[in-house]
Design a protein around this ligand. Structure first.
Ligand SMILES: Cc1cc2nc3c(=O)[nH]c(=O)nc-3n(C[C@H](O)[C@H](O)[C@H](O)COP(=O)(O)O)c2cc1C
Length: 229
């Protein structure tokens, strides 16, 4: 399964089976985490089998059979949320290509305790990962015209990018995006309160995958905009 295919297959899954992650899958996930951390100066961790300092903090997740999760953390810079959104999208879709399911949880844990466990870095959430009890279902979605405007005759790549944005997970399924484009300069803005940064990063990753990064440039000058190579 490609990452593009994974975008269509990925849905939030909140219940997990007991099946453990095989060693080769753990290695692949850790390699991906390491690459993202290095590239974007983050400190994301994969906790396998509750084997982390975060265990005590996420009791609610454990009740749903969650045994493995990515802890989304990094140095507290203004673009931290967007970078973690971008890398979180990468990890969720990559996990999906490995036959796994995921669930981003940004609100239902004790943030103070989680941050204490993360030391000097800031944690914005966790992504549960494992073999889901189901594959989930597609979220209710806004339409293309609700979130996108292209000045002039719309090229195919822009449609595809926006379709991909509409597949992205967002906090409370808000999809509070505006995607605009003039010629090949694309801008995405998001207003979803404290989740705006994470949602924006998720949307940008999806747009790049759907539109193809060779077809456009980001108009907003942010870290995530410079991520693709
Ligand atoms: C930044 C962020 C925070 C989220 N926080 C929570 C949460 O606290 N609890 C929860 O059950 N789901 C949470 N979710 C999952 C969303 O509700 C879910 O992604 C959304 O409904 C879209 O569904 P989908 O993932 O199937 O596309 C969060 C998602 C994102 C992107």
């Amino acid at each position: 399964m490609t990452l593009e295919e994974a975008m269509k297959k990925r849905h939030m899954v909140r219940k997990y089976t007991d099946k453990p992650l095989p060693a080769d899958v753990i290695k692949l996930l850790n390699d991906r985490v390491e690459a993202d951390n290095k590239k974007y100066n983050l400190t994301i961790q994969l906790a396998v089998n509750n084997s982390s300092a975060f265990h005590a903090v996420i009791k609610l997740l454990l009740a749903k059979g969650v045994k493995n999760y990515f802890v989304l953390a990094g140095p507290n810079t203004p673009d931290l949320d967007e970078k973690l959104g971008y890398c979180g999208a990468d990890l969720m879709l990559y996990a999906q290509t490995l036959g796994l399911n995921t669930w981003w949880v940004g609100g239902t844990f004790n943030r103070k305790k989680l941050n204490a466990a993360a030391g000097k870095n800031k944690v914005i959430g966790v992504i549960a990962v494992g073999y889901g009890a189901s594959q989930g279902t597609p979220h209710k979605s806004k339409a293309y015209e609700d979130i996108a405007v292209y000045e002039g005759k719309t090229p195919e790549w822009f449609y595809k990018g926006v379709e991909a944005v509409l597949l992205a997970p967002t906090a409370l399924n808000k999809q509070a995006f505006q995607v605009t484009c003039s010629d090949t300069k694309v801008q995405i803005t998001c207003s979803n309160g404290k989740f705006s940064g994470a949602d924006l990063g998720l949307a940008k990753y999806h747009f790049e995958l759907g539109a193809g990064i060779k077809n456009f440039q980001w108009d907003n000058d942010s870290q995530a905009s410079k991520m693709h190579d």
